[in-house]
Ligand binder design. Structure first.
Ligand code: ADE
Length: 226
């Protein structure tokens, strides 16, 4: 997979991709991630990327020119499956969207700022709009980190144990069951004996029951989703 991220603050994304699973995925060449500062594509002599909104109102709006120029420079070299704009008014990001995106080949992720981007960018080049939650971040960079992390860990070969992504919470609209490791007895709290029974069938059943119970208690709405 190849991911191009458009941002005016590329340093914000340096850290998250240099550690842990995303770092290893890049080393194994299962994903390439490139950051592009679209300020460089501004045709304005001050390299501005934002301007006052038509019709007035608070805040600045990101101009179409630098963003569309940057995207067109990328699309002239590659065909993209999706050009994603991160915005609080996008589709709510859920595991099923991550699953879908994890099988794509080339993605562009656009991080906005201020009051948003000129509507014409959305009409012209954006193919998908995603929100990571019902709250407003100061920009799309942290949302991009969330998106990339969630997608990249699903690419086959990225996680050591191929099955471990499948047993994540939300993969079947269920929360994960509780997990334990050594010691058996921690401050008088012991591990459920079933997990030491060696009976794989019984253990699987117990895990499923625990998942159901946890989901019913904490996120009952998930049980109604398909
Ligand atoms: N940019 C600002 N807030 C956001 C959110 N909740 N999701 C995605 N991008 C955003």
């Amino acid at each position: 997979m190849h991911i191009d991220i458009l941002t005016i603050f590329p340093e914000m994304l340096d850290g998250p991709f240099r550690e842990s699973i995303i770092k290893r995925a890049q080393e194994k060449e299962l994903v390439t991630i490139r950051l592009h500062n679209f300020r460089e594509y501004s045709t304005n002599k001050h390299k501005n990327v934002d301007d006052y909104p038509y019709g007035g109102g608070a805040g600045m709006v990101m101009m179409a020119d630098p963003i569309v120029n940057c995207i067109e420079s990328l699309t002239s070299k590659r065909t993209y499956d999706d050009i994603i704009y991160l915005s609080p008014d996008g589709e709510l990001f859920k595991q099923n969207v991550a699953n879908l995106l994890s099988v794509k080949k080339n993605l562009i992720i656009l991080c906005g700022h201020y009051k948003g981007i000129d509507e014409r960018i959305r009409q012209l080049v954006v193919t998908r709009e995603i929100s990571i939650g019902d709250y407003v971040l100061s920009g799309g960079e942290l949302a991009a980190a969330v998106l990339v992390d969630t997608i990249v860990r699903l690419i086959p070969g990225v996680l050591g144990d191929e099955t471990s992504a499948l047993s994540d919470s939300f993969q079947d609209n269920l929360l994960s069951p509780p997990v334990y490791t050594r010691p058996y007895d921690f401050r008088g709290m012991t591990v459920p004996d079933i997990l030491l029974s060696g009976n794989d069938k019984e253990i699987a059943l117990w895990k499923h029951e625990q998942s159901m119970e946890r989901t019913r208690k904490r996120r009952p709405g998930l049980l109604d989703e398909t």
